[in-house]
Ligand binder design. Structure first.
Ligand code: GRF
Length: 203
């Protein structure tokens, strides 16, 4: 059943395991969103196969060699032509222009594999292990113009054993990501997230 569900596009650049989790959640009748489009900036992204296998429309808009503004404008036009209401970034490795972020503010969310605001950026789990933190996790947040900032919607915590490697931490965090992202998208699609400055209130 798709009537009444919000139309979501998932933006990817690679593996697509979070995409897979979102697709799995969205097939339930009572889930308030449907994955209407999977958009990749890389033609070789493995996640495209996951989408195709699930019968979801896919679109590749190559970003390589393109100015940011040009790429974002192409993407914006494609999202509008597919009737997309909400965006989930899931391993989308391309910085967005302020104009694009502002146009979608409050309707675009991202998952990051740390407890923000700690460990922004890339190579997170190696830095987590190197710092000897006892706890890490993942965060879903609204996308704002600064990378890995923006009001936090939901977080999950993972404890880090002294002997854990970056790979161990990555696997434990990823498992939490797959549970957390569908929950956060549910709240967004239900219209229950209220942005109040830097904070999100769940109504
Ligand atoms: C995840 O760890 C996510 O938190 C980060 O990029 C990774 C994407 O993995 N933003 P996948 O493509 O969803 O498997």
């Amino acid at each position: 059943m798709t009537a009444g569900k919000r139309a979501v596009a998932v933006l990817i650049s690679g593996r697509g395991s979070n995409l897979r989790a979102l697709i799995a959640a969205a097939v339930a009748d009572d889930y308030p969103a449907r994955i209407a489009l999977v958009l990749s900036n890389k033609p070789e992204a493995e996640g495209l196969e996951i989408a195709r296998a699930a019968g979801i429309a896919t679109l590749v808009i190559e970003s390589r060699g393109k100015a940011r503004a040009e790429f974002d404008a192409e993407m914006d036009a494609a999202l509008k032509s597919h009737g997309i209401e909400l965006l989930c970034l899931a391993g989308f490795m391309r910085l967005l222009t302020t104009a694009f972020v502002q146009a979608w503010y409050g309707r675009m969310i991202n998952i990051h594999p740390s407890l923000l605001p700690a460990f922004k950026g890339t190579d997170v789990h190696a830095r987590v292990v190197a710092c000897g933190v006892r706890f890490t996790g993942c965060s879903v947040h609204f996308v704002s113009p600064e990378m890995d900032e923006g009001p936090i919607i939901a977080q999950a915590v993972v404890s880090v054993k002294p002997e854990a490697t970056a790979e161990d931490v990555a696997a434990a965090v990823l498992e939490q990501e797959h549970a957390l992202y569908p929950q956060a998208l549910r709240l967004l699609a239900e219209g229950r997230l209220v942005i109040e400055g830097q904070r999100v209130r769940i109504s």
